[in-house]
Design a protein around this ligand. Structure first.
Ligand SMILES: NC(=O)c1ccc[n+]([C@@H]2O[C@H](COP(=O)([O-])OP(=O)(O)OC[C@H]3O[C@@H](n4cnc5c(N)ncnc54)[C@H](OP(=O)(O)O)[C@@H]3O)[C@@H](O)[C@H]2O)c1
Length: 263
């Protein structure tokens, strides 16, 4: 299926690994000019080299922390000067620490909200003028199933990501007449470095083997397996496509059926 995004400029934040990198690769395969960023120069340059080798596309890498407004502004200015604007924005960031209410103080929530919610709002505001002028745009937020069905030991994620869904839904109706769609995706367990690190910590803490870890996770998923980054990226790619132009304001879980609710 041709996504019809050839030569569109796509900014995918937090994209040196995992879900962000998989989306950048997918959009690059479709001929988009992809702008990727993360905090580590080494990580982001490695991702740039990998994507370029696979697609021979235009890939521009930035060392940008999405919680640092100066760095974000500088990145956006460079992209606008060099490429004319941003057509597709994929808002992603790292996840906040895991834990329950008893584990955190108010300041921990501030940091989580900065990381996952404010970064999304900030990036969206910075691209909207351009998208409005050209009467076309795609904004897609990478959140988590925790935004739809809170996870017991992820109170920071549950809190900040629910805010993203509220912001995106509100914004979607306010910019829809400009041809801009605003959607969120809610990944369930998906095999990335982050999940592999959690598996490693599980083994090191003596709770069981790596196999036990994955068996435990998979038992909670109706499909009895965890997702792949490619499946995730295929879905995000579709939401970024020309053909998805009448889909806006949705929060779509990509989770093998993990979320139990109707919406
Ligand atoms: N994988 C899953 O099963 C799953 C499920 C639900 C939700 N999620 C969420 O989806 C997001 C991506 O997860 P993932 O599994 O792809 O994680 P990952 O493999 O650890 O990748 C995280 C990426 O974010 C970058 N990053 C982290 N903090 C950043 C910041 N402040 N500014 C810019 N870049 C930043 C990292 O690069 P640097 O270290 O170089 O900055 C890396 O490229 C996270 O928010 C995670 O909580 C994941």
């Amino acid at each position: 299926m041709d996504l019809k995004i050839k030569n569109k400029v796509a900014l995918i934040t937090a994209s040196s690994s995992g879900l962000g990198k998989a989306v950048a690769l997918r959009l690059s395969k479709e001929g988009a000019k992809v702008m990727i960023c993360s905090r580590s120069e080494k990580n982001i340059l490695k991702a740039k080299t990998e994507i370029e080798a696979k697609t021979q596309g235009i890939v521009r890498a930035f060392i940008t922390d999405v919680t640092d407004d100066n760095q974000v502004s500088e990145m956006i200015n460079i992209i606008v000067n060099e490429f004319g604007g941003i057509d597709i924005l994929i808002c992603n960031a790292g996840g906040p620490p895991s834990g329950r209410a008893i584990d955190f103080k108010v300041n921990d929530y501030r940091k989580a909200v900065e990381l996952n919610l404010i970064s999304t709002i900030n990036l969206s505001y910075k691209v909207l003028d351009f998208m409005k002028k050209q009467k076309w745009g795609r904004i897609i937020n990478i959140t988590s199933v925790s935004a739809k069905q809170p996870i017991e030991n992820l109170i920071l994620s549950n809190t900040a990501r629910a805010g993203v869904l509220g912001f995106a839904k509100s914004l979607s109706s306010q910019v829809a007449s400009y041809g801009i769609t605003v959607n969120s995706v809610c990944p369930g367990f998906t095999k990335t470095q982050r999940v592999e690190n959690i598996a490693k910590a599980f083994v090191e803490s003596g709770q069981g083997t790596q196999e036990d870890f994955y068996n435990n996770l998979e038992a909670t998923v109706p499909m009895k397996r965890i997702g792949t980054t490619d499946e995730f990226a295929q879905t995000v790619g579709f939401l970024a496509s020309e053909g998805a132009g009448y889909i806006t304001g949705v929060a779509l879980q990509i989770d093998g059926g993990w979320v139990k609710g109707l919406f």
